[in-house]
Design a protein around this ligand. Structure first.
Ligand SMILES: Nc1ncnc2c1ncn2[C@@H]1O[C@H](COP(=O)(O)OP(=O)(O)OP(=O)(O)O)[C@@H](O)[C@H]1O
Ligand SMILES: [Mg+2]
Length: 331
């Protein structure tokens, strides 16, 4: 029986999880709501809040399972990408824990963990599969050849899909993070009400800056009628969301065809979006592909996915030393 403790602190969720023999036992998460008043994540505030919450989320996991720190066999932690100060809180905690107990320390790439969140499911996709990762900071199409062999074949040239949602929401006067709110309003609106352009880019590239500008100019045109946005919010959200989803699904479909891969997956916070999930399932049905989704709780940041990714790295002997450093971005 091998027990692994996992820690996540890359952005604004402080999270811990326990994995036993490759299966999730329990996980806890503390979401930092304080950032909403600033309209986005404030890095220094995030670090301080991680510091306040990290022991509580770890202890909650231990309590759930009646486990003591002495029973833990390895510690996995998000090494990056993310906010440097925030990452240091999790990494310092994990290093100290591993040193005190003399157990292996495993640094995990947060983006690989989003992809491997599919292995929290009873029926994960078989290798190779295609994964569209759509999160707050990234938009990637990845060929997943094995647990630790991931090839990025498409990325965004500017904003991530999550930023397109959150920045669009901000223009509409919605609080941060606006992605889930756009999703909610969109379910009540008509996606054909307004025509926002889904960018037509070659070679599996994404770009959302033109769409954002289109929304900005659309809103500027309505400035003379101050109640316009309030009166048409569901239709605007549905139309804007449709354009984002259109670009995402079109590139995923192209990648599946180009590489002849029939097992398709979504990962990352934006994959909780109900419109994207529907469009993804519709594509798979139309083309007879096999769709894989994770439950919304594992789409956004959590430590369960760090634990599962850490587990496979540990099994492959990929452990880190005490000199391990967090990294803010992947170049
Ligand atoms: N239902 C939803 N519809 C649209 N967007 C959503 C939904 N739920 C969450 N999001 C978006 O997901 C993003 C957060 O996802 P996630 O936690 O994976 O990102 P992150 O960890 O900040 O970024 P990264 O993983 O790239 O480092 C936010 O932009 C949020 O608005
Ligand atoms: Mg994330």
């Amino acid at each position: 029986m091998a027990l692994l403790l996992a820690i996540e602190s890359s952005c604004d969720e402080t999270a811990a999880a326990l994995i036993q023999n490759g299966r999730l036992l329990t996980h806890h998460l503390s979401s930092q709501l304080d950032h909403a008043q600033y309209g986005g994540v404030v890095p220094e505030l995030a670090s301080r809040l991680h510091q306040q919450q990290i022991i509580a989320v770890v202890e909650a996991c231990f309590q759930d399972e009646g486990i003591s720190p002495a029973q833990i066999d390895a510690v996995a932690v998000t090494q990056g990408p993310g906010l440097m100060g925030a990452l240091w809180v999790g990494v310092s905690f994990a290093k100290a824990f591993a040193l005190a107990r003399n157990i292996p320390l495993i640094g995990v790439n947060h983006l690989e963990a989003h992809v491997l969140s599919h292995f929290l499911n009873e029926t994960p996709p078989p290798f190779p599969f295609l994964c569209l990762t759509v999160s707050g900071g990234h938009t990637q199409i990845i060929i997943v050849k094995d647990f630790l062999n991931l090839e990025i074949i498409g990325e965004t040239l500017d904003d991530a899909a999550g930023e397109a949602f959150d920045k669009g929401a901000k223009m509409l006067g919605l609080p941060y993070p606006g992605g889930p709110l756009i999703d909610r309003y969109a379910t009540q609106g008509n996606p054909e009400a307004y025509a926002f352009p889904a960018p037509d880019l070659k070679d599996l590239k994404f770009s959302f800056s033109g769409l954002k500008t289109a929304l900005l100019y659309f809103l500027k045109k309505q400035e003379k009628s101050p109640d316009f946005v309030a009166n048409h919010l569901p239709d605007i959200c549905a139309s804007y969301q449709k354009a984002i989803i259109g670009g995402l699904i079109r590139n995923l479909a192209q990648a599946a065809e180009r590489y002849g891969i029939q097992h398709l997956a979504l990962a990352g916070g934006v994959s909780a979006n109900s419109g994207l999930r529907q469009a993804f399932l519709a594509l798979c049905k139309q083309k007879s592909y096999y769709p894989y989704l994770v439950s919304p709780a594992y789409c956004t940041d959590n430590a369960a996915m760090i634990g599962i990714a850490g587990w496979y790295k540990w099994q492959a002997g990929q452990v880190s030393g005490q000199d391990m450093m967090p990294f803010a971005r992947v170049f």
